[in-house]
Write a protein that binds this ligand. Structure first.
Ligand SMILES: Nc1ncnc2c1ncn2[C@@H]1O[C@H](COP(=O)(O)OP(=O)(O)O)[C@@H](O)[C@H]1O
Ligand SMILES: [Mg+2]
Length: 318
């Protein structure tokens, strides 16, 4: 079986790990729905589920207990193109998922003595080279071996979080972890950068929330020009508003675009995806890399619906 995705050996890939050691902040919701929105712009997109809880797999309609091969087999075994192909599920509209399995929790101890234990994910992704334009890795809520593997393989870290005062401290710890992995003689991934923060379950009306967002903006502004992996980082706009439809859709194995395409959750993730796609296209064109124009998949399926004007949802810093 050929590896799914669109073969193009020269295709560069945008490799993003979604990470926050805290649980319940919106990592999986953002991985799944941001990936779905990017995929719907015509970019072959892979979700890698690195969490033994397999929430991203389930949210994309894949039963991890029934999957013949999962990310676990690829991390533990030899990730041949054949094994990689058999593990990936095509969930439609250019979106693919490499599912997780509860066995993944055993990886920490099984790989503990392996000299290449931090490079396993990099090996797995090498088996997919040229197939996907975007790869989004959903990390577990810890800083263990699975998350470290994701960070060793990724080029960018995206931090889903809620705009609460205490969450700021967690972000500080997380940034220091990224720095330890990216800078210095023991760095395992010197190319790793922090893309920024996605605000999840956002309450636009709260004064406290606005203060926290202003603090975050100020923090990242102050890092410009410094020699830190977050010197280019920003708080992405739009924030993802709290929307019950986003909490409902995983139990149907659907993304927000299939479950409730007119919900604010769909609007926000589409607008956020447009920022990621636009930045990526600008990055590619600055390097003279031309990717053929692709067909836009319809994101809003009903005739009477009104397409979202993404520009009206973004701040100038976008
Ligand atoms: N914008 C949102 N509005 C409402 N509920 C949300 C939103 N984002 C996430 N949730 C819900 O919050 C819970 C935690 O989100 P999840 O993405 O699973 O976090 P994590 O992966 O960081 O543990 C889930 O029940 C999810 O459905
Ligand atoms: Mg999760």
């Amino acid at each position: 079986m050929p590896i799914p995705g669109v073969p193009n050996s020269s295709r560069p890939v945008r490799l993003i790990a979604l990470m926050n050691q805290k649980g319940g902040v919106g990592k999986t919701t953002t991985t799944v729905n941001l990936a779905a929105a990017i995929a719907r712009t015509g970019r072959p997109t892979l979700v890698v589920d690195m969490d033994p809880q397999a929430h991203a797999s389930i949210a994309l309609g894949v039963d991890p207990t029934a999957a013949s091969h999962t990310v676990y087999d690829l991390l533990i075994g030899t990730p041949t193109p054949q094994l990689a192909a058999s593990a990936v599920h095509d969930v439609g509209n250019n979106l693919f998922v490499l599912p997780s399995h509860t066995d993944l929790a055993a990886t920490e101890s099984e790989l503990a003595m392996a000299p290449d234990r931090l490079q396993r994910m990099e090996r797995v992704l090498a088996a997919f080279e040229g197939r996907f334009e975007f790869v989004l890795i959903d990390c577990p809520p810890s800083l263990g071996l699975l998350t470290l593997n994701a960070l060793a393989a990724a080029r960018e870290v995206l931090i889903p979080m809620q705009a609460h005062f205490l969450a700021l401290q967690g972000v500080g710890k997380l940034l220091e972890t990224v720095r330890a992995l990216a800078v210095g003689p023991t760095a395992i991934n010197p190319r790793l950068k922090v893309a920024g923060v996605v605000l999840c379950m956002h309450d636009t009306s709260s004064t406290h929330t606005k203060e926290v967002v202003a603090d975050l903006d100020g923090f990242f502004e102050a890092a410009r020009g410094q020699d830190v992996p977050w010197k280019m980082a920003r708080v992405f706009r739009p924030a993802i508003r709290r929307n019950i439809k986003l909490a409902e859709c995983p139990s149907f194995g659907k993304t927000i675009f299939d479950y409730a395409p007119l919900a604010t959750g769909a609007e926000d993730y589409k607008a956020l995806a447009d920022v990621f796609v636009r930045d990526w296209d600008a990055f590619l064109s600055a390097r003279g890399i031309v990717i053929e124009k692709k067909r836009e998949a319809p994101i809003v399926e009903t005739r009477s619906s009104v397409p979202v004007e993404s520009s009206s949802l973004e701040s100038p810093r976008g």
